[in-house]
Design a protein around this ligand. Sequence first.
Ligand SMILES: Nc1ncnc2c1ncn2[C@@H]1O[C@H](COP(=O)(O)OP(=O)(O)OP(=O)(O)O)[C@@H](O)[C@H]1O
Length: 251
Amino acid sequence: MTLTDVSLRFGGIHVLEDVSLEAEPGTVLGLVGPNGAGKTSLFNCISGHYRPSSGSIRLDDVDALAVRSSRLAEAGLARTFQHPALQLDATVLENVLLGAHSRLPGGPVSWSLRLPKTRRAEREVRQEAHDLLERFGLGWAATRRADELSHGLHKGIELCRAMLSRPTLLLLDEPAAGLSHGEVEQFIDSVRDMRKDFDVTIVVVEHHMGVIAAITDRVFVINQGRELMEGTAEEARNDPRVVEAYLGAPA
Ligand SMILES: Nc1ncnc2c1ncn2[C@@H]1O[C@H](COP(=O)(O)OP(=O)(O)OP(=O)(O)O)[C@@H](O)[C@H]1O
């Protein structure tokens, strides 16, 4: 994924100013910065929820700004949200299966006719959904209604749903927020596990610097809509400009 000179304005407010960054294939890039820095807005630009005022966004060889946002999943993009958006009255498995919509052959007509091709595809994605739930420690919850489960488990379900679309680029928005200590450990293990077995590039917004240090190859620090620095998590942690941006006073 490559962003070049991405700017975003709402009226007179400059939310992002000439942001350029690159996530190398197969790596994990952390996007960090104080509250209001523009991290979620940048995610919204990549996922097509916001249209930048200028600049370019490329996902591999796809010009993301030339594709309708509803088509970005087919181009390999998946994301999770700060507050998981689940169908609360559906089961965990049904929620995860929603992630497969961009992969299934045919349209609504072939689905309603239940053609052999669509039935076979449905069996395959069900099996994959079960495998993902097992992998992320949620196999036991497959038939439970989502509203019976905790916030931490909702985040795990959302991650399975995103992975079922077989993304090449996965955007995670504050995946560790509101998780218990044990759930944070499980999340870190899940990301390490995903890196081994899936060909996916991950960009993660996260305030929990322990998580950032544990899972990222590089971090991009943003402040007031602009790049502050880029480097390893360790370099960011020791950079006086970053400390100042977070604490609001010279280091
Ligand atoms: N739709 C919008 N209209 C107007 N201003 C917006 C809009 N979306 C975001 N902003 C502004 O853009 C700035 C950056 O917000 P953003 O949510 O991207 O920051 P963030 O770094 O994700 O913050 P946090 O860590 O608190 O989630 C804020 O000043 C916010 O008010």
